[in-house]
Design a protein around this ligand. Sequence first.
Ligand code: B12
Length: 210
Amino acid sequence: MIDFEKLKTAMGELDNSTVIELLEELMAAGGKGADEALAACQEGMNVVGDLFESGEYFVADLIFAGELMTQAMAIIKPAIAVGAGGNIGKMILCTVQGDLHDIGKNIVKAMLEAGGIEVIDLGIDVAPATIVQTARDQKIKVIGLSGVLTLAIDSMKATVDAFKGAGIRDDVKIIIGGAPVTAEYCKFVGADAWSLNAAKSVEICRNWLI
Ligand code: B12
């Protein structure tokens, strides 16, 4: 088993060769521990965020971190996305208005698809009205909202409120995710569930669709 603490540190330090070396070692050993590796990479990204906030890293470092995370995910994806087969239904997934971050969304999307869910990916910076309209037009019952900026919480709330305004809030289940999301924010937003863990997100959505 690889050293997950070392992986987290390497990610935080943007030491790409160590990150890739560790993940390739994990895959060469059969992919066991891929979920823990994803969590360690995610924690490493939080370290990057903290260093950006404290002025040690710059936007260029955030961009590099994003590329490194995408590369890391591509290596371990075959061991994470355990297919459940079939197609149990459709859901909408997007990054909410004002937020352009999509790495987490894309990871969740890959795992949802592997879990037998067809994902209508509306992309990034998506307005509440677009989400409501798509749900209406395509009769979608499950909505996944992603966001990592603090302001994403307000956009998530605005999206839930838009469903209420359209009179179809009770027709849909809404799940939110992304680094700042907590149980308290879930309550504030008025969502039905929240998760920071991609595998758990799939389980929740599958249960809603089955
Ligand atoms: C990489 C990165 C970027 C990249 C993004 C590249 C991309 N294509 O996404 C770039 C360089 C573009 C970027 C830009 C900016 N960023 Co930035 N960025 C980050 C960083 C370091 C990592 C984000 C990430 O990918 N994490 C890894 C993924 C895997 O984690 P995740 O998103 O949480 O997803 C997991 C779970 O949450 C869950 N999940 C995710 N979505 C969903 C959805 C559902 C439905 C469910 C159930 C689960 C789920 O599953 C995922 C997998 O396990 C974060 C730091 C952090 N702590 O997050 C800062 C951070 C988010 N950025 C920040 C800032 C300030 C910015 C900029 C404003 C910088 C600037 N001055 O331009 C811009 C904002 C642009 C905008 N309007 O969105 C701040 C936000 C501060 C705040 N409080 O709002 C952070 C927190 C850094 C910091 N500490 O200061 N950024």
